[in-house]
Design a protein. Structure first.
Length: 216
């Protein structure tokens, strides 16, 4: 797995879990690097591992937008295309997982970190990735991080495309009614519905453990 950080502190870099933001740290700070490490190395080293946790349904939807907005540039008639792929009667695989940037945790090697109360692995809500309290906590374990700033920004162009897509889907939803394949309804993601319910309960339970850093 890919780890972004220093010799003492590292973030797991996972698509849709702050990886793009974390990659900017490699450019901005000389002591922060990207390394490839396996579980055995992580357990044997003294490095503390952090993970920006994100609700998996929110992660799926983010991946969905990244994949689908690409059609807005490549397809000359995206509205007609979306009328077809978001029609339940067409049996589209647009909400299938895994596919493109839509990924889940079931096949990642670091999942076992969440199963053991271990004082070198911690996770936190991704909304706190830019929270100064996170850097304050990290700096207690590695003083090199004292002046680090993590800026969680999204490209305006990407936001514009997402808004354009949402507006199209809002129109299509009105047209199709009950036949509309709704990305915002977990029950329309039929390949992961039951898994998501399990995942949600699992992570909510782990948030009660000492591994969860609560900055609220």
């Amino acid at each position: 797995m890919q780890i972004i950080g220093s010799d003492k502190i590292g973030f797991i870099s996972k698509v849709k879990h702050g990886s793009s933001t974390l990659e900017t740290l490699i450019r901005d700070y000389d002591f922060i690097n990207l390394t490839n490490e396996n579980l055995e190395d992580c357990y044997q080293s003294e490095k503390i591992i952090l993970f920006p946790w994100r609700d998996e349904f929110e992660s799926l939807k983010s991946g969905f937008f990244e994949d689908t907005t690409q059609l807005l540039s490549s397809d000359k008639t995206p509205l007609d295309t979306f009328r077809n792929i978001f029609n339940k009667k067409k049996n589209s695989n647009v909400l299938d997982v895994p596919m493109g940037h839509k990924q889940i945790f079931s096949n990642v090697d670091f999942l076992e970190f969440f199963l053991i109360d271990y004082d070198k692995f911690y996770f936190f809500d991704i909304k706190h990735l830019s929270n100064p309290k996170l850097i304050e906590w990290i700096s207690q374990h590695d003083s090199q991080w004292e002046n680090v700033s993590i800026s969680h920004k999204r490209k305006k162009q990407k936001n514009d495309k997402e808004e354009q897509l949402k507006n199209m889907l809002f129109q299509i939803k009105d047209e199709l009614g009950n036949d509309y394949l709704d990305y915002d309804n977990i029950h329309d993601w039929i390949t992961v519905t039951h898994y998501y319910e399990f995942s949600k309960r699992f992570f909510e339970s782990r948030k009660k453990s000492k591994q969860f850093l609560n900055f609220d």
